[in-house]
Design a protein around this ligand. Sequence first.
Ligand code: GLN
Length: 492
Amino acid sequence: MAYHIEPKPLHELTIAELAQRLRGGKLTSVELTHHYLERIKRLDPQLNAFVTVAADAALAAATHADARLARGEGGPLTGIPIAHKDIFCTRGLRTSCGSRMLDNFIAPYDATAVERLAAAGAVVLGKTNMDEFAMGSSNETSFYGPVKNPWDLDRVPGGSSGGSAAAVAARLCAAATGTDTGGSIRQPAALCGITGIKPTYGRVSRWGMIAFASSLDQAGPMTRSAEDAALLLQAMAGFDPRDSTSAEEAVPDYGAQLGTDLAGLRIGLPREYFGAGLDAGVAASIQGAIREYERLGARIIDISLPNSPLSVPVYYVVAPAECSSNLARFDGVRYGHRCEAPRDLEDLYKCSRAEGFGSEVKRRIMIGTYALSAGYYDAYYLKAQQIRHLISDDFRRAFEQVDVIMGPTSPTTAFPLGAKMDDPVAMYLNDIYTIATNLAGLPGISIPVAPVDGMPVGLQIIGDYFQEGRLLNIAHRLQQATDWHLAAPPEV
Ligand code: GLN
């Protein structure tokens, strides 16, 4: 008897599989782009993952990609439909940053990350929803309304790259970009059951990425597998003279590192990441993944990051301080929202900012300006910077003993919409395991492990500086040995 094997739908194929079909002439980018646009049209009204869909531009880019492919040109991303977090400037396509302030802003240039992915042939389907100016952990601070978690529409997708995470999880695009200042790639990746990597600070250019906290911000890919993430990061990473903090460090071949064996890998488990506040189900799921790594040949070593409990308070001085300075440019004069009929120049500033910014952004600006003001600077900002050093030192010492550090990405699975909106401190504690890596500038990846009560859980793997290739390989080996990353949410 012959079995009829259902072909996988296009949106279940990995980027490598899609690239093979595109190159082999079995599929065109225009077909694939239509497929994803149809899914966005049908499924996004329930999710609200996209702020802007650029159907015509996407189809034009797909046509161009098909022409290149027909000539035997292009690479693994040529013709692959992706989405950009709406924090990346895109020429001719609105960049709102999730804010009323930039609801009417059309950038005259592409961010470097956007430009590089376009040069690699990726097709941009649109821009994804996000917390306003990337401030949030639940995507509820967006001017465009909350994003819903595709696994349960009553729950948050995480933030601030929640639109990108939901779009990738719901198979509305093959991959998306995100940014991570304190966890905003890894935490929504965890809560939506996808793979997300925050590279080393300086690995990906910040040029054209609307600044939140410049010493912490970093862009990275959000995908369904580590293998796909390697393809995107390959295109995004590398020195950019337009970003003075961009690293002049050669970009290794991430794909070539994916075959490395894990025998003898030393995994550090920080005791601070498994203490009070961690959900018991999430803890069990993380332990299960760690046992899997032991089966793959890794060795587990207990470590301590003694200053990590201070990372949230330090971050909530440093990040608001930097944001209060970065957001000073939104004054109603040069670009963005301008209020009607101001009395004078000062009133123009005041009413434009009062109307343009939402309450979380205003809270951050107030905290930041307070912490930077004369008389308080030494007590808060300087103190926070000193502790930031201690946090980096903890990691430096840990990496003398271990190759990577593992733990949960987030203390719980996705929480219900509205559950933490009245309690900023409870909201801030979501990033307790992710923030320290931003303060130290280290890379971290989140990958899906066993779900709890049907909701995704993310395992976080932190590496030493510029060890993205190693992190991707370690993630990839688990994804070859298990199928947690293949689970798809129900079609909404
Ligand atoms: N949730 C954190 C915040 O609200 C981190 C956000 C981010 O990484 N962009 O600031």
